[in-house]
Ligand binder design. Sequence first.
Ligand code: SF4
Length: 927
Amino acid sequence: MIPRKRRIKGEVSPALPIVEQVMDALSRGALVLTSNQRAARTLRLHFEGTMREEGRSGWQAPQILTWDGWVADQWRKMLIEGVTDCILLNRAQERRVWMRAIEATADSGSLLSTRAMGEMASDTTRLLSQWNAHEAFTTFQTGVSGPDVALFGRWLKTFERICDEQRWVSGSLAASRLASTVRGGGFSVPVVEILLVGFDRVLPSQGVVIEAMEERGASVDHAEQPKQAESLSLATCADDREELLACASWVKDLLACEGSGTIAVVVPDLDETREEIDRVFRERIAPWSYEMGSESAPPFEFSLGDALSKTTMVRDALLLLRWLHGPIELEQVSQIVRSPFLGNEADVSERARFDAQVLRRRKRLSLELELREAAKMLIFVKGDATPHTSLQSLSTALMQAQKLAQPRLKKAMGWSDWSDLVREVLETAGWPGPRSADSREFQLRKRWDDLLDELAGMDALGERVTYEEMLSTLRSMAEETLFAPQSRGARIQIMGPMEAAGSHFQGVWFLHADDMRWPRKSSTSPLLPWTLQKEAGMPGAAPAMDFAFARSVTERLASSAAEVVFSYAVTRAAGTMRPSPAVMALGGLNAWGRAVVDTVDTAVEVMEEVEDSTPLPALTGERLRGGAQIFELQAACSFRAFAEARLFSAQPDEVDPGMSAPERGNATHEALEKFWRRTKTQAELERLSTEIDPVSGRTKRDVVLDTCIAEALEVSDSSWERAYISIQHQRLHELLSRWLEIERKRPVPFEVRYTEHEVEETMIGDLHLRLRVDRVDEIAGENGPEFVLIDYKTGRCSPSEWLGDRPDKPQLPLYAIAGELGNVGGIGFASLRPAEKDLWLRGMTRTPDVFPPLRKRSADLDFDQQIQEWQETLLELADSFAAGDAAVGPKKYPKTCEHCGQRLLCRLDPARLMELSDEEDSEDDEA
Ligand code: SF4
């Protein structure tokens, strides 16, 4: 049977707006059934508003229900009246029964887990029920069918047998069972008129209920959407971003116009694009919502909820429950430590400090941390004489929660026992925190409680399960439960095409109306014969029907407001797009005539301009932290230098297992420092490279290098860590052996005079600094001894980075002009990267041939002229930093901003920067 929306007998006038058709029907005592929660909520609100307008102080609750809610209600009534003794399984219970059926079928024969197969089988049964295809499936699977279909057939038989024995009924079968009971006269529904609202199509399982109700004398009708659209347009945009900006601009204009109706933004792929829409709408329509402490809610809200498991409060609870059972990753430990929902202390700033300065900086080779270990770390923070209250409180809460759970973690218990334990454990851990809950948190807490009640309700299945099984079920339930806070009644509602059914709006903008995203592609079930799916008209198997359905939804949307705009982006990563055929079939679309481009380059809206002439506090003359790094930052972006070197703003370190890139770089520096402290000259290097050590049979250079590397790498007690260090040792030995060959071949003999040499006090302009250079060689210059400065680099580098008004790497030029050493005759980069092309020594010197010659710019100035230029350039940078120049001006936008930790502070077009962060390459720069 092909589901169709049918006009049945009734008295509804399609000319009236839907809300009026509903009010009319309610006044006649009709039952109103909606296809979705949103429509039911909106109609109830409208009814209440009308009652208030009429001056009534009390009224009977209107009979407005969702279809599923009504069917479940009827089942409860049948149970109470003794018409049935079968329990209706909820989704989670049904999954468990499916898992039992699959386990009981010996030849489950799949690589998937029982849980995954259970979910798939449960979804397939739902499909069979919705399309009334159970009987047809039995006929098909006894004929020619694939092994997966046959296997599903065997699972289904076992599932049905278990349900029959236990007197259980799959929730998806409730409608058809209700229909047959009503039709057989075993149960009567006291309704004479039913009005259906927002049903773009009537599923076969719904159709049989409607028919049964009609047979028993009820009148069933559809509320029809009256034609409304006066203006129907198609906006063609260059790309997704331009499309979203155009939509935001249209919404903003509509908000400013007269009228108070709801503005709908309809998005077919809302679950995938929600975050991007939220960001752009905040940026364009409600920039104030970005301000810290802003309490005004933006004028838009998403109708479609998010998974309960994604909300921070529930995410932290689930994470803690997992931690009780075993170690979790460091990033997750960090989440728990910073969670405002755990521990009994409201102040989480100490915890954030602990996370940034202790947890993230702790050297670890393991990716994971046990709860007990972290709890100890929280109490004994290295360097702090007394523990902080907030840390201690969290530590105690975590330990107590584990103590409570520990004795039961290895047992098998009933679902309600686990549900009680979860409540107790979370309460002991201080969840959901000491502060008073706002409305959203209150609703979240309520939803979580309901979920735990549902978990306890699985006791009806009469089984005992392990903690792991319970937790994995609880997590799946939280993932499948959508949570949307109660509507604030925001004027802009962002929703999917189905949610918009049964409502009318002031204006509608339909985003992503291209031929890839609308209609949405449906996939067929691998557990059902394809011919059955095609004949029944199931989604994905009958393209013509899918298209007809999408057309009817599109037509309904096109009629749901006076102004309706469909839009699409021509260019996307997937290729060139065309407008959706379902939209083009509407006909009569005008080209949307507003200038889309105007909206594209507008920066974040300036709310208020404040002239800030307060002088910066003068530099105190103390030595500045940061040394040459200050010049590097100032050259890259004045604001970044100001934020990092004067405000000391820094982003938390990444949590890396093993040695981080800077640690590997430091080990290389240290090993070379130790080597040259022992070896001193090129002549000695030559001797060590050619003489053989009588004990080991290797060159003496290899032996010395091994000793230096071992001293540079920290040795640990654990055998796993020793193995890791041994690999690092081999890697470094191989790299430095190749490097020392380059040093051997240098044409001008040298002596290493200093390694890791520090100039304690130096003044550059008004800046008082400490500088350090990796190595200082002495060579015989044309006019006497000269010093050559060498900087080891384990990340990418180039001598061109010393040049220009804003040099990227000014450390060696700074040292060269500091004048501490006297006669500096050259500077050079030693690139120490494993690839052959990245292992080199290059630089500029007064004496020729010290380093291989440089290309291009090096020929413009000789070394002494270059020193002069650096003096001017670096003094200018020093002066601008000292004067507090904090202009936001990246040297090369966007490259300079790519790895900057001050993005949030500087407020440079965050939208553009966000896009960049997605594209960041994962190049492993160690220096
Ligand atoms: S993100 Fe760019 S503009 Fe902003 S502070 Fe960093 S470097 Fe400067």
